[in-house]
Design a protein around this ligand. Structure first.
Ligand SMILES: *Cc1c(COP(=O)(O)O)cnc(C)c1O
Length: 398
């Protein structure tokens, strides 16, 4: 008989009862160092006093009123995001996929409203992940995810990541824009080169296209900048954010330049929950921390420390790992043995991680991870790797 909770996930047999900082505790008293952060989402860690207080205080006032009324917390949050980024205007929603949907709608609508309605196609990349709604499945383009869900939504073309010639070849009379993750997360923690991002910007300018960035995973401080594209010194036209934006409270956002945003006039797009007082209280609390002077520099520094230490493990475990990749606190260990095996070994050592495509294990700790947490995690990675040495299992089999 089917489980009451629909079995759409392969869940680890772990149930956490509470958390504190980067640590999670099961009901039966075991503790785990959380370098998965609920898939790069619990940006302030668990039970962060500032975030908890903000949510509790807002819940005690009013949680939800709908977008039929002004929401001061949303106005404040949008103004802060505008002040801190390239964007002129922000739309709030509830998830990454929904933010990406909004971004694509904005690009298409801006083309239609400026006399180019035939320009609706979006160029996307192999290895991308943009979410699980019908249109974002098409944008993701992974055949495995599309299987059995009927006709693929029209309007998404795929080219190899990091290949400018392929991008140029794919641009046609129906192209509206380009959609890319500055760091591919699910696809295997593959950062776009800064040069590639710069060339995408230049190409969009040359052809009059919109550059849309999916910063759902790599944004909100994860790479050591508020948004990952800042490393490339470029300004996109529109980006999506979600995951870490409200520290684990569900929220998404589309940040856009006026040229794109102004075409989504009243009545053209909407959501019941998006940007409600509770979500905005959580996101404002996250921003309080992330925008504190020195915080992002700290993420950058700790990311470099973790990278350096992982590099050493890779050198010491050449049978298990081939390299470290990523940026800031979104790092991947490319494995030579199945990544699920490595992940299980890490879990057995008390370290939670997330799998990714291309046989990679992802390390995406809370942004507030301490140097001590990092040292502890690296020890667990070392011990876990030792368990995975193929020579060891061969010896054991004899
Ligand atoms: C997780 C993710 C999404 C989808 O976000 P949901 O909140 O699960 O809908 C989209 N894009 C990227 C890059 C992601 O990492």
């Amino acid at each position: 008989m089917i489980a009451a909770l629909m079995p759409t996930y392969n869940r680890a047999d772990l149930a956490f009862e509470r958390g504190e900082g980067c640590w999670l505790y099961t009901g039966d008293g075991r503790r785990f160092l959380d370098f998965g952060a609920g898939i790069a989402t619990s940006s302030l860690g668990h039970n962060n006093p500032h975030l908890v207080a903000a949510i509790a205080e807002q819940a005690g006032k009013v949680m939800h009123v709908s977008n039929l009324y002004r929401v001061p917390g949303a106005e404040k949050l949008a103004a802060r995001l505008v002040a801190a980024t390239f964007a002129d205007s922000v739309f709030f929603c509830n998830s990454g996929a929904e933010a990406n949907e909004g971004m694509v709608k904005m690009m298409r609508r801006a083309m239609a409203e400026t006399g180019r309605p035939e320009r609706f196609r979006i160029i996307c990349f192999d290895g991308a992940f943009h979410g699980r709604t019908l249109a974002m499945l098409a944008a993701t383009g992974n055949a495995k995810y599309l299987q059995g869900f009927g006709p693929t939504v029209e309007g998404f073309d795929h080219v190899p990541f990091e290949n400018m010639n392929a991008v140029r070849d794919a641009i046609g009379p129906n192209t509206a824009g380009i959609l890319v993750e500055p760091v591919q997360g699910e696809g295997g923690v593959r950062p776009a080169s800064l040069r590639f991002l710069q060339e995408l910007r230049a190409t969009c300018d040359e052809y009059g296209l919109f550059l849309g960035l999916d910063e759902v995973q790599c944004g909100m401080g994860r790479t050591g900048k508020l948004f990952a594209h800042e490393w490339a010194g470029i300004e996109p036209d529109v980006i999506s954010a979600a995951k870490g934006i409200a520290g684990g409270f569900p929220m998404g956002a589309v940040l856009a330049r006026e040229a794109v945003a102004r075409h989504l006039v009243a009545g053209t797009h909407g959501t019941t929950f998006g940007g409600n007082p509770l979500a905005c209280a959580a996101a404002n609390a996250v921003l309080d921390v992330v925008l504190e002077p020195g915080f992002l520099e700290g993420v950058d520094r700790r990311g470099r420390t973790l990278w350096r230490e992982l590099e050493k493990v890779v050198q010491d475990e050449p049978e298990v790992f081939s390299d470290v990749r990523g940026a800031g606190l979104i790092l991947g260990l490319k494995c030579k043995v199945p990544n699920t095996e490595v992940q299980n070994a890490f879990t057995a050592e008390g370290l939670l991680t997330v799998g990714a495509g291309d046989n990679v294990v992802r390390l995406v700790p809370p942004l507030v991870v301490t140097d001590d947490d990092i040292a502890t995690a690296v020890e667990m990675v070392r011990r876990g790797a030792r368990r995975c040495r193929p020579s060891l299992s061969q010896a054991a089999a004899k």
